[in-house]
Design a protein around this ligand. Structure first.
Ligand code: NI
Length: 170
């Protein structure tokens, strides 16, 4: 299990690179992401959230666990607004407008290409995780004033919760 990086950790703002070599080390990392997501009761996690800037995501949906490398959105249709949270932003909820139906492509751990349509919550999770790979966060949909308030609140919270650790503090 890994520690989840919390905003405003600067790694969350960086763009992730394609994962070119899917060796046992890469697979181990993506399995670790799944375990970390389950531990924190998340429904999705991007590698950047455990401090690794490679394009890999895990999604826990009604269809079970999906582990996807180099995911891309090929098409997007319609719009759908809804509340979202993020494991890197504890206790923050933001209303985000997303594409309501998307076509996704990526590869799985066996290097097989995956391509499918998703709608509803599944489409929302994929768009959220792919945003992480670009360094985008749900709070980017808020005004700077609101973002700054959240930043100072989470900085304080981090200090209080992690008085014996320093890894997720700024
Ligand atoms: Ni997130």
């Amino acid at each position: 299990m890994s520690e989840i990086r919390l905003y405003p950790d600067p790694i969350l703002r960086q763009k992730s690179l394609p994962l070119e070599i899917i060796d046992s080390k890469a697979k181990e990392m993506i399995d670790d992401m799944a375990r970390t997501m389950y531990l924190y009761k998340g429904i999705g996690l991007a590698a950047s959230q455990i401090g690794i800037l490679l394009r890999a995501i895990v999604v826990n949906s009604e269809y079970g666990l999906m582990q996807m490398i180099n995911p891309e959105i090929l098409e997007s249709e319609g719009e759908n607004a809804g509340e979202e949270g993020c494991l890197s932003l504890p206790d923050v909820e933001v209303n985000v407008t997303r594409g309501s139906k998307i076509l996704i492509r990526g590869i799985d751990l066996d290097e097989k290409e995956m391509e499918f349509e998703a709608s509803g919550l599944l489409a929302r999770i994929f768009q959220h995780e792919i945003d992480h790979l670009e360094g985008k966060l749900i709070i980017d949909n808020l005004s700077k004033l609101k973002r700054d308030l959240i930043k100072s609140r989470l900085k304080k919270r981090g200090r209080m919760l992690n008085s014996d650790k320093t890894s997720c503090l700024v």
